[in-house]
Write a protein that binds this ligand. Structure first.
Ligand code: MN
Length: 739
């Protein structure tokens, strides 16, 4: 028997209808004749398509598209087309309906938006690089219809608001995508309210404890804060009334995320954050007067409170490129606390809250392009610029895009007085590239406000810049250290890449000429041998170094010979990799190496750095000119040889045989006494019949220190000797010495 949860469909349908009505109520001011009918048609279609589908929370699915449409209307200020697109935004993705069906019913505009939304819907289901690539595609749609992005943001906002019903891992994933891409995007589009909410929701799900603690403290301090705000604004209010300014004053707490951020950055606790709120004075005035009135209000505020001159921001005379207009000042309250005051018109406030979509409403008032729109266009142009650079990897693109998102701008002028907006921190060289790639590439220096400055000069607001160029000048690697804009960086990198390619081509010619003299043809195989020999990864780097004489072209011949030497040996050795070399000490043939079963004969020498003797653990190393060298595995050079030239290492093992003698060195230490030396030599020569090659002795303060070189057959014999020497009275230590 199955238990089915009882669902009250009557109650559910009532709720759906209520939500739909609420949407229409909010949309009403922007609706034209006939809009109602077409919205209803979209609603019915979405109802039908999502019939029976439920969200993770158990709610009917249709509530989600309605909520997205509601955000589009109420919080972004979009109109009929966007409502329809929002209502239908998931149907092509999740149901049987096709984009063609949408086009037939609602026309090409809606179809295009939904197509865009469907295409970018998979943005985050992929690996990081895929995400970045998709994000780039998503921004590409900006040039088609920015509403795709706006509806996507509304969709994301609703998903974040309803994140509770998701599993924990999904919550974390969605939240981090949101902070990574969507919040910056909202910021760049000037949707400050949505940006703040997305950030707060991010914090709520990723740092729930911090989030709750700040929220609780904000509400606990609310009464005191409100009193402070009342005291602060009361003299301003009476003066504003006196001067007949129509206004609203809001004392707004900063977002939980921004408070948290500040706590993290300055490493202080909540109690030590002083700017928990900002005072906003919103003026109701004609657009023609708004600038004058804002400054009038500024003058009133600063009559009462002393302003911090460093903190004045005039985004009315020069709006930010996302359209933001406002006058900001930080003033000292009577209680000695800095307070940020924002002064703006109702129109500016709406743009600041809802972003540039809101300003469409005002656009009709003036026939010349408004400043905000110019700013936005500027931005879209920049994005387009970036997108056209298709050799920039998608990850780089997103990184650079993101880093550009949050940087503040600096406003500067050309000699003719044209305004240029660049990211804060931009240098004279960035400015040159902003004017023209050619000017950037040949930039020699600049005159800022008539004074000569270096390329790395960091621009200040209001600077007027004249670029000095020279046809002899060209970009260098160093330039990358002080340019800031994506445009300069990519142009310089492009130029350097080109330059390198050009130089490498010269190098290639040199190499080909050399090889021709040697009667060798350049091919893939020869190249890969060179790369191996010179430890380079790419042919271009090899050619480049030849041209730059980092690699001496005169050495190519020698290199080839050496390569061939090694190869010849390798050939001779066959696939030694899996075989073991047997080192024999057969006296008839000195220094003989036997390989595998067929006993091919190859020269070998015992390396001087560790003097191996039969019985030692050894390996063979194929040298370029001296055949195979045998090292002890504990040779001080062994590790490096094996790590760097693993392919030249061959296994080696001694065979039995006692005829040959090998040189070994012993150090003997003991107390000096009469007859000591005699005892030692007798043990060595008489008892074990070992030949001593040399013997040196030092004595100091009664300590005997001897170094003995002697010929032994193998380690067995040597070990026996060491044991015997230990037994000589007075000997305290006997050790084998490497060389
Ligand atoms: Mn959706």
């Amino acid at each position: 028997m199955t238990l089915v949860a009882e669902i009250d469909t009557v109650e559910e349908n009532k709720n759906i209808v209520a939500q739909y009505r609420r949407l229409l109520r909010h949309a009403k001011p922007v609706l034209k004749d006939g809009d109602n009918a077409i919205i209803r048609k979209a609603f019915n279609l979405a109802m039908e398509a999502h019939k029976g589908m439920r969200r993770k929370s158990g709610e009917p699915y249709i509530l989600h598209p309605i909520a997205v449409a509601q955000i589009a209307v109420e919080e972004i200020g979009l109109g009929t087309t966007s409502i329809i697109a929002s209502l239908l935004h998931d149907v092509v993705e999740d149901t049987e309906l096709e984009i063609e069906d949408i086009r037939k019913e609602f026309g090409p505009k809606v179809a295009k938006i939904i197509d865009g939304l469907t295409k970018i819907s998979g943005v985050f289901d992929k690996t990081m690089s895929q995400q970045a690539e998709n994000f780039r595609k998503m921004l590409l749609t900006l040039s088609d219809d920015v509403r795709v992005i706006l509806i996507k943001l509304a969709d994301r906002l609703h998903n974040m608001r309803t994140l509770d019903s998701m599993a924990r891992d999904k919550q974390l994933k969605i939240a981090s995508e949101t902070i990574y891409l969507y919040a910056p995007l909202a910021h760049r589009l000037g949707l400050y309210a949505i940006k703040s909410e997305l950030e707060d929701l991010y914090l709520k799900y990723t740092e729930p404890i911090s989030y709750r603690s700040i929220a609780v403290k904000l509400s606990q301090t609310k009464i005191a804060r409100n009193k402070f705000i009342r005291d602060f604004i009361s003299p301003l209010e009476s003066e504003l009334h006196k001067q007949k300014v129509s206004f609203v004053i809001k004392g707004r707490p900063k977002s939980i995320f921004s408070i948290w951020n500040k706590m993290q950055q300055s490493n202080v606790d909540f109690e030590h954050i002083y700017d928990l709120f900002a005072i906003r004075i919103i003026i109701d005035t004609e657009q023609d007067n708004e600038k004058a009135v804002c400054w009038q209000v500024y003058s009133i505020v600063t009559d009462y409170y002393k302003p911090n001159p460093d903190r004045l921001r005039d985004w009315i005379s020069t709006p930010r490129s996302n359209g933001y207009e406002s006058l900001h000042s930080t003033v000292m309250s009577k209680t000695g606390q800095w307070v940020e005051v924002q002064i703006r018109s109702a129109r500016m406030d709406e743009i600041a809250e809802k972003g540039y979509a809101a300003h469409w409403k005002y656009k009709e008032n003036t026939d010349k392009t408004s400043k905000e729109e110019r700013g936005l266009e500027l931005w879209i142009n920049k994005v387009r610029d970036l997108l056209q650079r298709n050799d920039l990897s998608a990850i780089d693109f997103v990184d650079e895009f993101k880093s550009n998102l949050f940087t503040e701008e600096v406003f500067v002028f050309t000699p003719k007085g044209d305004l240029k907006v660049l990211p804060a921190g931009s240098t004279a060289l960035d400015f040159a590239f902003e004017i023209h790639t050619h000017i950037g590439a040949h930039c020699l220096g600049a005159k800022v406000n008539q004074k000569l400055v270096p390329l790395s000069y960091v621009l200040n607001n209001g600077d007027q810049i004249e670029i000095i160029t020279s046809s002899k000048q060209k970009p260098s690697e160093d330039w990358l250290k002080f340019v800031v804009t994506t445009k300069s960086k990519t142009k310089i990198k492009d130029w350097l890449k080109e330059e390198k390619k050009r130089i490498a081509d010269d190098g290639k010619e040199i190499v080909l000429r050399k090889l021709k003299n040697l009667k060798i043809e350049m091919n893939q195989e020869v190249m890969s041998k060179f790369l191996h020999y010179y430890n380079e990864k790419y042919a271009q780097d090899f050619y480049y170094k030849i041209a730059k004489e980092v690699i001496d072209s005169k050495g190519l011949r020698n290199a080839l010979e050496q390569i061939q030497g090694v190869e010849a040996r390798k050939d001779l050795l066959g696939d030694l990799k899996n075989k073991e070399i047997k080192l024999t000490t057969d006296s008839s043939k000195n220094d003989m190496l036997l390989i595998g079963e067929d006993l091919a004969k190859i020269d070998y020498t015992l390396s001087k750095c560790c003097n191996p003797i039969p019985g030692d653990d050894v390996f063979g190393f194929v040298t370029v000119s001296e055949g195979i060298k045998i090292h002890r595995t504990i040779c001080p050079n062994a590790a490096e040889l094996m790590a760097q030239y693993g392919y030249r290492i061959v296994k080696a093992k001694w065979t039995d045989g006692h005829e040959l003698a090998f040189l070994a060195t012993l150090k003997v230490k003991g107390s000096d006494r009469v007859g000591m030396l005699n005892n030692i030599t007798r043990v060595i020569s008489n008892e074990l019949k070992v030949n001593i090659r040399s013997l040196t002795i030092e004595t100091e303060d009664g300590i005997f220190d001897g170094t003995i070189q002697l010929f032994v057959h193998d380690t067995k014999q040597l070990d026996k000797l060491i044991k015997k020497l230990h037994m000589v009275p007075g000997v305290m230590g006997v050790t084998r010495y490497y060389n």
